[in-house]
Design a protein around this ligand. Sequence first.
Ligand SMILES: [Zn+2]
Ligand SMILES: [Zn+2]
Length: 344
Amino acid sequence: MLPETMRAMWCERPQEVELRRLPLPILGDEDVLVEVAYAAICPWDVRAFSGLSSVLFPRLLGHEIAGRVAAVGKNVNHLQIGQAVTPDMIVKCGTCKACRRGRSNRCQRPTFQQFGGGYADFVRVPQSNIHPIPDGVSLKAAALMEPLACVLRGQEMLNLYPGEVELVIGLGPIGAMHLQVARAFGAQVIASDPVAARLEQARALGATWTVNPMETDLAAFIQDVTGGWGVDAIALTVGSARMVEEAARYLAPGGRLNIFAGIYPKEQVHLDPNQIHYGEWVITGSADSTPTNMSRALDLIAAGQVQTERLVSHLLPLEALAQGFDLVKNRVGHKIMIEVNGER
Ligand SMILES: [Zn+2]
Ligand SMILES: [Zn+2]
């Protein structure tokens, strides 16, 4: 039996969040109601909560979710009640040019739910947005499908060959995923971050080399381990124009650079076009993810090639969401996750 109301962390305006009881979402024929088990906090959620993005208020937040099917609309035939799933919270239109070109991550008419989010007992999404969680994958691990899908998209832009050397700059939860995907693609990885605990974790996750750029000259280190060649690929997970300029200096001939993080406030980069020309560099971006990226992200987790659950440093109850936002803002710990209804 479903309850009549649910708990939800209501954001009336930026910087204000409180626990409220709301009616359950009403299901259309194609919809699935998911009881949220876990919802992780993304830096994007914190930016939105802080009023630094263009999202509408009042609203609910939370898009890195795993849970169980609680109810289905009458046209949904392929899901069982209680089945473990992870919902994609952005509904792509399926008809715009971006969708038709296989870039539904850049859908021109996406639907965002202002009053649906993972920091609540239940979320409603259309069945087309439900990804069943493979057997053997925990709900906590699957809750990080969405960020891993974005990382996978970024790594695909780098077109790695086995044996190449990739530099991953920044080893927060996103960098720790980049490093694992690059290893899964067969690359050797130089993992760079100024925080010792993150370097230690990177080693445990399979980094070939780790380096603290505050203690060691990164340029000399790269010269040394690549025999003067430079790195074949770079995943830049830190939002900094200066870092784009610095990173480009490490690229080998034919090197690829993925600017993975958005850069706020906006800044310009200064690059020598001749270096791009003669070096045959490829400078790429990547943003969000497609359903294909998500499906493949779940495969990587199921295969044990990317470990996501061990990136979770804090598990907080739903009412402690504001505290979780503060932890992310102050870069305390690693991935912060809200235990909404947990495993039960
Ligand atoms: Zn996210
Ligand atoms: Zn579209």
